[in-house]
Design a protein around this ligand. Structure first.
Ligand SMILES: [Zn+2]
Length: 265
């Protein structure tokens, strides 16, 4: 129940009734507000950047931003695809270790086509966890890559392991002041990514074929079933929004990340 005095205060009549003002944050010695968790130093211009793209499963990073990652490689930057799992659950009828072996090899082939490095966190597809231990495990793999720019799954997703990959990346990102900024990518929008709200677009017209080639390397996943049904249409739609033949879209997190263009491209 709200008292009469509190009710008057809540109406903004503070000076009239002498309500205590709300507590203010302690200012820094310079009089400025303390730096927030998303405040990052700008990336230096002209330096070779380290790009890290996190995906829950083999083929997720390639599906969501393969064209953009190929552009980063073409621009002289270093790219790592960091897979949370090896896709143990992703080949019907295959035992987990066998599926992981096949899909690890497919991921390495896809990364070789993109000119990127493949790295694996070590969680198991079908049993992904977000715990204190798995957060520490993820952060170790993430920090080892020393990322400047980070991509990960948009967190509102129909796949619980995409959600987990997203939140693990966010935790590692917030603990790593070097990395700036964080970009969320979309996969199978409408069936997996939900309510995706892009802030930034990348024209992938020139690198689309390279992305397609990388996705075809995931032979166990059925190219027609995933790319042609979902991502080809998404690229065309994002391309229409940008005014080009094909594009990938991203949602940027951070005050410096809303210019619409990605650092280093
Ligand atoms: Zn996935």
């Amino acid at each position: 129940m709200i008292g009469r005095r509190s009710f008057v205060c809540s109406l903004g009549l503070l000076p009239l009734v002498g309500c205590a003002p709300p507590p203010m944050p302690t200012p820094t010695p310079t009089g400025r507000e303390p730096a927030g968790p998303l405040a990052r130093a700008p990336l230096p211009l002209g330096r070779r950047l380290k790009i890290v793209c996190v995906g829950a499963h083999p083929d997720d990073p390639e599906s969501g931003c393969g064209g953009t990652l190929a552009r980063y490689v073409a621009a002289g930057h270093e790219v790592t695809l960091l897979y949370l799992t090896a896709g143990e659950n992703g080949i019907p009828g295959a035992a987990g270790p066998d599926a992981a072996k096949t899909r690890t090899a497919e991921s390495r082939a896809a990364c070789a086509i993109l000119g990127a490095k493949a790295a694996f966190v070590g969680q198991v597809n079908g049993n992904v966890e977000v715990t204190g231990a798995s957060t520490a495990q993820f952060r170790k793999a993430f920090d080892a890559e020393k990322p400047d720019v980070v991509f990960t799954h948009w967190p509102m997703d129909n796949d619980v392991e995409h959600q987990a990959a997203s939140i693990l990346t966010l935790r590692a990102y917030l603990a790593t002041p070097r990395a700036s900024p964080l970009y969320y990518y979309e996969v199978q929008t409408g069936t997996q990514s939900l309510g995706f709200a892009p802030t930034s677009y990348v024209d992938i017209s020139a690198t689309r074929e390279k992305k397609v080639e990388a996705l075809r390397a995931h032979k166990s996943q059925g190219f027609e079933g995933i790319y042609e049904r979902h991502h080809e249409k998404m690229e065309a739609f994002r391309g229409r929004e940008l005014g080009v033949a094909a594009a990938e879209a991203f949602a940027a997190l951070g005050p410096d990340a809303r210019s619409g263009s990605l650092p280093g491209l």
